[in-house]
Design a protein around this ligand. Structure first.
Ligand SMILES: NC(=O)c1ccc[n+]([C@@H]2O[C@H](COP(=O)([O-])OP(=O)(O)OC[C@H]3O[C@@H](n4cnc5c(N)ncnc54)[C@H](O)[C@@H]3O)[C@@H](O)[C@H]2O)c1
Ligand SMILES: CC(C)[C@H](C(=O)O)[C@@H](O)C(=O)O
Ligand SMILES: [Mg+2]
Length: 334
């Protein structure tokens, strides 16, 4: 059972090492590591070398850190986008929980008990549409097919059936044609196949406010690629830090890509203070969604919750613990 590791850049290798320690604490796995991101550009001349892609294709699952450095800004991200596209990972689950009161910048009475999942469409929209420069400026284009919308909406509805039975679809249907198609398609699918799931539609600007003023109203949020990218970083305020947000990128075949929502955090890379929880929780999602080992996944999540409760927290959460100390506490809590 091989798990491919793509540590990448900045704090990526630091937090992936923590996640690997925690995985080794719950079972026996084979790991195969490949260069990725700016690290791969330096070593192989490309952010996603052919052997890394081949390794990812044949692995049970992929655990990634983050990509990007000050010297290499856009190209490392293109390797990540290509990996998602090549593996057909169109649904990106980004669970957000208020693990503990008072961790983040928001009022505890607003966030206490919040527990939602953002399902971000991951292989379409503005990220992949025709883009370029013209004589006068530049352009990016947004296009979605009904099929692309329906398949990610299906993931959201199914997830809601296992949770609290409520989907919020986020779009900008008052302006964008792709959003009007998004709204029609999600509505049709809900009526036809998921009548038991409550569906509401929110415009993205209004959703952005509701996320931080009334996060408990959300169960499953489904939205297009760029809105999902932005709203998920915003939602980190509910959890308390980007260092607490994991993700699972899934397609129609087994396996998937599991990675923190955060980036390579060049401002703290190499200091040993990165919060490893997002990567550790991504490893838990890997166990749940790629290896079907839910008990181990739940054990890791409980150990992270205990570590936070015990006050063993990195500086992003107002603590003084190091990456290694948090990792040790999670392992001890298993
Ligand atoms: N999935 C990815 O690989 C990914 C995601 C986002 C950004 N990026 C890339 O990362 C680079 C930096 O981007 P950015 O600074 O806008 O976003 P970032 O997510 O790297 O950092 C934003 C802020 O959050 C903090 N932070 C992030 N993760 C943390 C953690 N685990 N523990 C403690 N603090 C943490 C950082 O220190 C920084 O202050 C860019 O090159 C960007 O393209 C990559
Ligand atoms: C690095 C970047 C391409 C990536 C994205 O925009 O998808 C990141 O921000 C994320 O959220 O995974
Ligand atoms: Mg992002």
């Amino acid at each position: 059972m091989t798990i491919v590791l793509l540590p990448g850049d900045g704090i990526g290798p630091e937090v992936v090492a923590s996640a690997v320690e925690v995985l080794a604490g719950v079972g026996e796995f084979d790991f195969a590591e490949f260069p990725f991101g700016a690290d791969a550009i330096e070593r192989c001349g490309t952010p996603l070398p052919a052997e890394a892609l081949t390794g990812c294709r044949s692995a049970e699952a992929v655990l990634a850190g983050a990509v990007g450095t000050a010297a290499h800004t856009t190209t490392p991200g293109s390797g990540l986008l290509r990996l998602r596209a090549e593996l057909g990972l169109y649904a990106n689950l980004r669970p957000v929980r208020a693990w503990l009161e008072g961790l983040g910048p928001l009022r505890p009475d607003v966030v206490a008990g919040a527990d939602l999942v953002i399902v971000r469409e991951l292989t379409g929209g503005l990220y992949v549409g025709a883009a370029g420069r013209s004589a006068e400026g530049a352009y990016d284009t947004c296009a979605y097919t009904a099929g692309e919308i329906e398949r990610v909406a299906r993931v959201a509805f199914r997830l809601a059936q296992e949770r609290r039975g409520r989907v919020t679809s986020v779009d900008k249907a008052n302006v964008l044609e792709t959003s009007r198609l998004w709204r029609e398609t999600v509505t049709g699918l809900g009526q036809d196949k998921f009548p038991g799931v409550e569906l509401e539609h929110l415009l993205v600007d209004s959703a952005a406010l509701a996320l931080v003023s009334d996060p408990r109203r959300f169960d499953v949020v489904v939205t297009e690629n760029l809105f999902g990218d932005i709203l998920s970083d915003e939602a980190a305020a509910i959890a308390g830090s980007l260092g607490l947000l994991p993700s699972a990128s899934l397609g129609d075949t087994a396996g998937g890509l599991f990675e923190p929502v955060h980036g390579s955090a060049p401002d703290i890379a190499g200091l040993g203070i990165a919060n490893p929880c997002a990567a550790i929780l991504s490893a838990a999602l890997l166990l749940r969604y790629a290896l079907y080992r839910d008990p181990e996944a739940a054990a890791i999540e409980a150990a992270v919750a205990r570590t936070l409760r015990d006050g063993i927290r990195t500086p992003d959460l107002g603590g003084t613990a190091t990456t290694a100390e948090v990792t040790r506490a999670v392992l001890a809590g298993l």
